[in-house]
Design a protein. Structure first.
Length: 288
């Protein structure tokens, strides 16, 4: 049976907050950044430690991502290894291909291809899987078709069914945008036509999301920002749980106004084992 897809928009937003370059054109362009995760004294680290979450990123001179490496500390050798994990290829200023490489094996295990129309709008994304560097059709093989209308966009995702040996419709994602091209609603329908969830997003006058309502988990999340425009507070409430979770973020900035340390303290009311702290360090090298 085809699985039902849940699109977790919140994770996309938080990834943007955490790792966006936040560099206006007046600042030098970032060339590389090394991102490492650390526990905070007195607070347990709220993640699985030593699992390859540390990253090293390389950027092109136009600000687009070029390569991502996974960094892992080898306790037996007492040193950190850096292994290529993703490469990005562009054509005519558009992302054309992403290759994902096993950080241990060095073999390509996934290739994502992008196609565009004459208006340079994304029309198709193909997710090819590889085994022993050879194309391998399996349950992770998929493709998505994109359609545009007015202020909206529809994405139809098809996944490979090994039993029927064909690609079958898995989900339909509908997005609505405002006049500033901010996504204000996202609706997901499963292959059977049932709606699995709706996300509504509100923005401030700087086009930053300030509130997100998700029917997936019946959650409401609000966001606040500091004077640098970086996330300062994230507060989540759920109708399914009495627990309220609040994350507080503080930063250390370099001379160009880009953060080089981000501290996250998670508080939960009532208090439980999911409280914790996380310190992200970001070592930046700039193009001269």
């Amino acid at each position: 049976m085809r699985k039902k897809i849940t699109v977790f928009t919140t994770m996309f937003l938080l990834y943007t907050f955490a790792f966006g370059q936040n560099t206006p054109n007046t600042k030098p362009q970032i060339k590389t950044e090394e991102i490492t995760y650390h526990g905070i004294d007195g607070q347990p680290i709220n993640r699985l430690d030593k699992k390859g979450l540390d990253e090293y990123k390389e950027y092109n001179v136009d600000g687009t991502i070029s390569k991502i490496y996974i960094e892992e500390f080898d306790k037996t050798k007492g040193k950190t290894s850096r292994n290529l994990n993703e490469t990005y290829v562009y054509e005519k200023g558009k992302l054309y291909k992403i290759e994902r490489i096993g950080s241990i094996t060095g073999d390509k295990y996934e290739e994502i291809l992008f196609s565009y129309n004459e208006q340079m709008q994304l029309t198709k994304k193909i997710e090819n899987q590889y085994k022993d560097n050879r194309l391998d059709l399996n349950q992770l093989s998929a493709y998505t078709d994109y359609f545009y209308y007015g202020n909206g966009e529809t994405e139809k995702r098809y996944e490979y069914d090994g039993t029927k040996r064909e690609f079958l419709l898995a989900s339909i994602l509908t997005k609505i945008f405002d006049s500033n091209k901010n996504m204000i609603q996202e609706k997901t329908e499963n292959f059977d036509g049932n709606i699995s969830g709706i996300v509504n997003i509100k923005y401030d006058n700087l086009n930053k999301p300030i509130a997100l309502e998700s029917s997936y988990f019946k959650e409401t999340t609000s966001y606040k920002y500091n004077s640098h425009g970086d996330l300062e507070e994230e507060k989540t409430k759920s109708e399914k749980s009495p627990t309220i979770e609040i994350s507080h973020y503080s930063y250390v900035y370099d001379d160009y106004g880009n953060w080089i340390e981000q501290k996250q303290i998670i508080e939960r009311n009532p208090i439980d084992e999911f409280e914790g702290g996380l310190l992200i360090k970001r070592k930046i090298e700039y193009y001269e």
